[in-house]
Design a protein around this ligand. Structure first.
Ligand code: AQP
Length: 334
């Protein structure tokens, strides 16, 4: 194994792209797990800006989004004293190992990735090689840190499974260098769905703004979006497959209000969608208020934020360099 971990805590790595405003799906599927894992894991969380350029971005917008996303990590409860928070492009080791992963993955493996298929279909005329290689870069991100657990939303599960396959292939070719990571998914909310189309994932790039609730939405916007969310036929407020829309809203309520699905079903037995939605608005607003307050405070102190990100990058690199040195050695590079 490339690096001997100094303590027995499991190591967590995960990242989010600065491709748009973070929404409650990103929080429930991913950041909520990150915050909880800080109790007993060694945590490394990353703003994956290199992933964000698989589709061209305006430079000034990208730079701003990176800071926005990092500030939101902290506002949601990721503690820079406990966790490493950094920007992917601050650590060049990601790009180096990514090339090595490109040479470890087969074309067939990458062609099977469902995210590539759906995202490339949406690109008009130009599909970058980067969009195709995205999972190889993600594998590099994870393997560089000898990660044990990767907390992500359900849509990223296939990429973590590919990462395991690549680690296995590399280890069987060159010797045991990489830890094989496990995926960690939420039991409820691993895939939060659009409020307007409960068969589609809530997504930063959704063209219908009413489908997503952003962490920085005004409280009036939250109200408007929830009250106009689509519902299912019938009146029952229960969590089941046939009731996609209500199950999605129940999942959001449960995760943001910290109340179990069973309790919610009991609470709303015999009650209508109107009352349920009104209470959901309140739960979401109460959840967002302190996050937004903290976020604006962090964004006022840009110097402090830059310091956290710079130090995070240095700590991250101190770990990844050990892995990369081992990779070079076993491969005969240099
Ligand atoms: N709807 C969701 N429900 C639960 N988890 C979700 N995640 C994303 N959408 C949901 C999880 O959030 C993390 C951040 O993902 P990302 O920024 O790397 O990109 P993504 O998965 O492609 O997320 P988006 O929001 O849909 O962005 P765009 O529109 O840019 O593609 C991941 O852990 C993801 O699983």
């Amino acid at each position: 194994m490339g690096e001997v971990k100094m303590n027995k805590r499991k190591r967590t790595f995960s990242g989010i792209q600065p491709t748009g405003s973070l929404h409650i799906g990103n929080y429930i599927g991913t950041i909520k797990q990150w915050v909880e894992m800080q109790k007993d894991h060694q945590c490394i969380y990353c703003v994956v800006d290199l992933h964000a350029i698989t589709v061209p971005k305006k430079p000034e917008v990208l730079k701003e989004r990176i800071r926005e996303v990092a500030a939101l990590f902290i506002a949601c409860g990721v503690d820079p004293e406990k966790s490493i928070i950094f920007i992917q492009s601050h650590n060049p080791d990601h790009s180096v190992l990514s090339w090595i992963m490109d040479c470890t993955a087969s074309m067939g493996q990458l062609e099977r990735m469902t995210q590539y298929k759906s995202k490339s279909e949406k690109q008009k005329g130009f599909v970058s090689v980067g969009l195709f290689n995205y999972p190889a870069l993600m594998a590099a991100d994870i393997l560089l840190y000898q990660t044990d657990v990767v907390p992500v939303g359900d849509d990223q599960k296939q990429h973590v499974e590919l990462t395991r396959d690549l680690a296995q292939r590399f280890n069987s070719r060159y010797g045991e260098v990489f830890t094989e990571p496990e995926v960690s998914l939420q039991k409820v909310g691993a895939r939060v769905m659009s409020l307007q189309d409960p068969s589609a994932k809530m997504s930063k790039s959704d063209e219908d703004p009413n489908g997503t609730i952003d962490l920085l939405d005004s409280l009036e916007e939250v109200k408007k979006k929830i009250m106009s969310a689509v519902t299912d036929s019938g009146k029952e407020i229960v969590f089941k497959k046939e009731k996609l829309a209500i199950s999605n809203l129940l999942g959001i309520y449960s995760q943001l209000g910290n109340i179990s699905i069973e309790e919610l079903e009991k609470k709303y037995q015999g009650k209508g969608y109107g009352e349920f939605k009104k209470d959901l608005v309140e739960a979401v607003v109460e959840f967002l208020k302190p996050i937004q307050k903290k976020y604006y405070r962090i964004m006022k102190n840009q110097e402090g934020l830059e310091k956290i990100l710079k130090q995070g990058g240095e700590k991250a690199r101190a770990i990844s360099q050990k892995t990369l040195a081992e990779v070079y050695k076993v491969m005969g590079l240099g």
